[in-house]
Design a protein around this ligand. Structure first.
Ligand SMILES: Cc1cc2nc3c(=O)[nH]c(=O)nc-3n(C[C@H](O)[C@H](O)[C@H](O)COP(=O)(O)OP(=O)(O)OC[C@H]3O[C@@H](n4cnc5c(N)ncnc54)[C@H](O)[C@@H]3O)c2cc1C
Length: 495
């Protein structure tokens, strides 16, 4: 232990720092690696009795701290993990990765590890042996060479942001934003619970927004989690239609607050932003993620749902976005819409144009007060490099967003591609390639629809009232409710 402490000191770390590398074992190995947003993984196979491994640990940890966890300078790029091969449960796992010595480090895209094996004789494998890991410096050099980066062991959070590709004209960058959309969804729900924002007057807007999420959230994990919450909504937040005392409601709310609702699965929130990461601690992040969520919803609804999606979004921001100025302005812009939306095209363009109006206002404010993120100045979006065909011409006669002569059909096409397919193009979910049957809605909309609705509370009543919107979510919720109700009836009969 003394040896280890002195090694830690010589590496400049305190002995009390928690481990940054993620401990994997045979039961979480596949899930963690398949669901990681990181583009690359390092897996260290070691044995807890091996002295060389113990001496190596501080070196490995030093590199892991650059990449793992919310305080890492470079989160979401490389996931650093370890597997203890001395544990009985990991014996087969280590065997199938041909572990011949300790410590042994492998490198590759995380989903490739999920195949559960590696054969060093296979030439074409995307998994590689890291052959120069002796010290933290050596390991980081190896990684830098491999991915063409310039990471440094002394990098600090928000320093050295120029190691990231910051090319606004690269459409592929949005593919990393799917993880921020998950982060923002979980963050929004946390805020709602923490601030006890679910009241009788806010239940309807929240249920409507959940219906939108269940049907059209770009992340399957979040669709599933929102559906769970929607089904259990009445139990968690009894409405006024239930004879529940206000004391009981308060107790329930308190209990709910303490319970963790995994709206987007176990891995979320991760505590860091990727696409929406600012160059300073207090910039971008949640509000950026929220915009991306709203745009991604707007391009996914079908024509017939567009106006209900519009009201769901407006009411959600109005009731649950705790930025007084933001929600005030946004609601004003919502209120100025007098003709109901009939198409996805119109809804997506309205949201895009509204966002540009906010950008235009903030451009001036941030310039005047120096409050913006210097690395991400507000712009009228999309810039020409990102979508040349969105621009008809660029006359400078007027100011702001109106100075651009937009080709709106091209803007719409661009939004659909950008926030539709490209956003989810690198999305990893352990169950993504599994049978679509476990997807809420897809499964349940095809099952029998002759179950009679049981009005169990306000939530259900509201969901019926808005059945024109999110038919899948509606069916799903109704049927789950029925199943749950029947189950409760059966349990009662059995008493
Ligand atoms: C509904 C809402 C209202 C807000 N109102 C205010 C306000 O009144 N005052 C205030 O100070 N802050 C407001 N904010 C926060 C502010 O708009 C930004 O989110 C924040 O300043 C972070 O900016 P950002 O650089 O990350 O880019 P954001 O504006 O958050 O945009 C995120 C990403 O969306 C893309 N994008 C940019 N413009 C568009 C567009 N027009 N259409 C589609 N995609 C686009 C870009 O890739 C950008 O990086 C609001 C946020 C939301 C969600």
């Amino acid at each position: 232990a003394g040896n280890r402490r002195s090694l830690l000191r010589s590496l400049g770390d305190g002995p009390d720092l928690p481990d940054a590398a993620v401990d994997l074992n045979s039961s979480n190995f596949i899930r963690v690696l398949k669901e990681s947003p990181a583009a690359f993984a390092v897996v260290e196979f070691f044995a807890n009795w091996c002295p060389a491994c113990r001496n190596y640990k501080p070196h490995y940890e030093k590199v892991a701290r650059l990449f793992n966890g919310p305080d890492a300078p470079h989160p979401g790029i490389v996931i650093m993990t370890r597997v203890d091969c001395a544990m009985k449960m990991n014996k087969n796992l280590c065997g199938s990765f041909s572990v011949r010595h300790y410590p042994m480090l492998l490198w590759g895209p995380p989903p490739k590890f999920a195949s559960g094996q590696w054969d060093p004789k296979k030439e074409k494998s995307e998994i590689q042996l890291i052959d120069d890991e002796r010290t933290a410096d050596h390991l980081l050099n190896w990684i830098n060479k491999r991915i063409g980066s310039t990471f440094n062991l002394d990098d600090k959070k928000y320093d050295n942001e120029n190691t990231f590709p910051r090319n606004a004209s690269d459409p592929e960058q949005i593919a990393r934003a799917i993880y921020d959309v998950e982060e923002a969804t979980a963050g929004a729900f946390d805020i709602i619970l923490e601030h006890k924002m679910i009241k009788s007057e806010t239940q309807a807007p929240l249920i409507k927004f959940f219906q939108l999420l269940v049907t059209h959230h770009p992340s399957k994990r979040c669709r599933r989690g929102s559906a769970e919450i929607l089904v259990n909504f009445d139990d968690m937040w009894p409405s006024n239609l239930f004879p529940v005392s206000s004391q009981e409601i308060t107790t329930l709310q308190e209990r709910n607050r303490l319970k963790s609702y995994l709206i987007c699965g176990k891995e979320v929130p991760r505590g860091y932003w990727i696409f929406c990461r600012g160059s300073q601690n207090d910039t971008r992040g949640f509000s950026c993620g929220l915009w991306v969520l709203l745009h991604s919803l707007s391009v996914r609804v079908v024509d017939g749902e567009s106006h209900l999606a519009f009201t769901a979004i407006c009411d959600f921001i109005h009731n649950f976005f705790i930025c007084e100025e933001c929600r005030g302005h946004f609601y004003e812009m919502c209120s100025s819409v007098s003709v109901p939306f009939k198409t996805t095209h119109d809804l997506s363009l309205w949201l895009w144009n509204t966002h540009n109006k906010v950008n235009e206002r903030l451009m001036k404010e941030e310039k005047a007060f120096g409050t913006g993120d210097p690395m991400f100045p507000k712009i009228i979006w999309p810039p020409k490099q990102l979508c040349p065909s969105c621009y008809l011409s660029s006359s400078r006669k007027r100011t702001g967003t109106s100075q651009v002569d937009w080709n709106e059909d091209e803007v719409f096409k661009f939004l659909v591609q950008y926030y539709g397919k490209t956003l989810v193009s690198s999305y990893k979910d352990a169950s993504l390639r599994s049978n679509r049957n476990d997807e809420p809605g897809a499964d349940d909309s095809t099952t029998s629809t002759n179950a009679v609705a049981v009005p169990l509370g306000a939530a259900l009543a509201i969901s019926f009232a808005s059945c024109a919107f999110g038919v899948l979510a509606c069916f799903w919720r109704t049927q789950q409710k029925n199943r749950k109700y029947l189950h409760q009836l059966n349990s009662l009969k059995n008493i």
